[in-house]
Write a protein that binds this ligand. Structure first.
Ligand SMILES: Nc1ncnc2c1ncn2[C@@H]1O[C@H](COP(=O)(O)OP(=O)(O)OP(=O)(O)O)[C@@H](O)[C@H]1O
Length: 313
C-alpha cells in the first residue's frame, strides 16, 4: 500500500444525535498542500481534531504519517505542527518564553528559528501573550506550528485575523514547507487563499466530502469573465461570431461612450473564442483569470447547499 501522510476511511463522528462526519474518505500524499474548504459546520475542525487525537471518531479508520493517532502517542504528536482554530493564549508568559517551551515539548528547535519566524510575521516576542491582539496571537500559533519543521502541518483557518501582508508571508511559509517535503493540510473559508496555497482541494459539505480535485483542474473547469469592445458597426458581426463559440454564456451587450461592450462567461475552448474575436476587429479585450471561487461555488450553490448549513440537522 502507498504510504500516505493522512488517510481516513469511512470516518464518522457523532456528537450525541448530531452527525458531524458521515464516513469521510481522505487520502493525502506526502509533500502535498491540501486545502479543505466548506461552509460553517461542514466538519473541517472535527476532521482535524480527529487527526490530532483531540477527539475520538465514532467509527472508521485514521492513519497519520502511517500511524494510528489513538495509540501513537507523543512521538507522533511531535511530528505534527498543529494550529487550532481557536487559540486560547491568556497567560502572563511572553510570546518568546511560551514559544521556547512549545519548541522543547516538540523535540527542540534552535531559538534563532523562533526569532526568524517571529520577525517574518511581525510578532513582538517580548510581550505577554495575554496582551496580544487576535492577529498577533494567531502569529504565536503559527510560529509554534512551523518552528520544529514537522513532517505534517495541520492548520485550522491559519490566516484568520492576519492582515494581507502577513497573509502573504504565511503563504511563503507554506511554499517553503512544501519545498522541504512537508505535508500541509489547511482549512479555510477563503477560496482565493486556498487557490494560492494549495495543490489539492477537498470540498466538505455537511460532513461529507463532495469533491477532491487539484487546484489546476478546478481552475481549468472554472469560467473566465470576458469583455470585448468593438465599434458599433462591428457589433452584428461580433455577436454572430460569438454565437458560434461553445461554452460562452451569459452575454450582456451595452453601449459605452460610443462603443459596444460585450460581457460574457467563457468555459474551456479558448481557441474558438480567440478566433471569433480576431475576426471581429476588436478595440479592446479583457479576459480575467478563472478563479477557484466560481468553480467551487457550484458545490455550495442553490440546490446543493444552503449557506451556513450544518451537518446532522
Ligand atoms: N463539541 C461539539 N458538540 C456538539 N456538536 C458539535 C461539537 N463540535 C462540533 N459540532 C457540530 O459538528 C458539526 C461540524 O462542526 P465543525 O466545527 O467541525 O465544522 P467546521 O467546518 O470546522 O465549521 P466552521 O467553519 O464554522 O469552523 C457542526 O454541526 C457542529 O455544530
Amino acid at each position: 500500500m502507498r504510504s500516505l501522510a493522512i488517510e481516513t476511511r469511512a470516518l464518522t463522528k457523532r456528537y450525541g444525535r448530531r452527525t458531524a462526519l458521515h464516513g469521510i474518505d481522505l487520502a493525502v500524499e506526502p509533500g502535498r498542500v491540501v486545502g479543505v474548504i466548506g461552509p460553517n459546520g461542514a466538519g473541517k475542525t472535527t476532521t482535524m481534531r480527529v487527526l490530532l487525537d483531540i477527539i475520538r471518531p465514532t467509527s472508521g479508520e485514521v492513519r497519520v504519517l502511517g500511524l494510528d493517532p489513538r495509540t501513537a502517542g507523543p512521538a507522533l504528536r511531535r511530528r505534527i505542527g498543529y494550529l487550532p482554530g481557536e487559540l486560547a493564549l491568556e497567560g502572563r508568559a511572553t510570546a518568546r518564553s511560551l514559544l521556547r517551551h512549545y519548541a522543547e515539548l516538540n523535540g527542540g528547535a534552535p531559538h534563532a528559528r523562533i526569532d526568524d519566524l517571529a520577525e517574518r510575521l511581525g510578532l513582538e516576542l517580548s510581550r505577554p501573550v495575554r496582551s496580544l491582539s487576535k492577529g498577533n496571537k494567531q502569529k504565536v500559533g503559527l510560529v509554534q506550528a512551523f518552528v520544529h519543521r514537522p513532517d505534517l502541518l495541520v492548520l485550522d483557518e491559519p490566516t484568520s485575523g492576519l492582515d494581507p501582508l502577513v497573509q502573504q508571508e504565511f503563504l511563503a511559509l507554506v511554499r517553503e514547507a512544501r519545498d522541504a517535503g512537508q505535508t500541509v493540510l489547511l482549512s479555510s473559508h477563503v477560496i482565493s487563499e486556498v487557490q494560492q496555497a494549495a495543490d489539492d482541494v477537498a470540498v466538505l459539505r455537511a460532513g461529507r466530502i463532495v469533491d477532491v480535485s487539484t487546484v489546476d483542474r478546478l481552475r481549468a473547469a472554472a469560467r473566465r469573465s470576458v469583455r470585448i469592445t468593438v465599434r458599433p458597426a462591428d457589433r452584428k458581426r461580433l455577436l454572430a461570431r460569438l454565437g458560434e463559440v461553445p461554452r460562452l454564456d451569459d452575454l450582456v451587450v451595452t453601449e459605452v461612450d460610443g462603443t459596444t461592450v460585450v460581457h460574457g462567461m467563457l468555459g474551456d475552448g479558448v481557441a474558438a473564442f480567440v478566433a471569433a474575436i480576431a475576426a471581429s476587429d476588436p478595440l479592446d479585450l479583457v479576459v480575467q483569470e478563472p478563479d477557484l471561487e466560481s468553480a467551487v461555488l457550484g458545490f455550495y450553490g442553490p440546490g446543493r447547499a444552503e449557506p451556513g448549513e450544518e451537518a446532522g440537522r
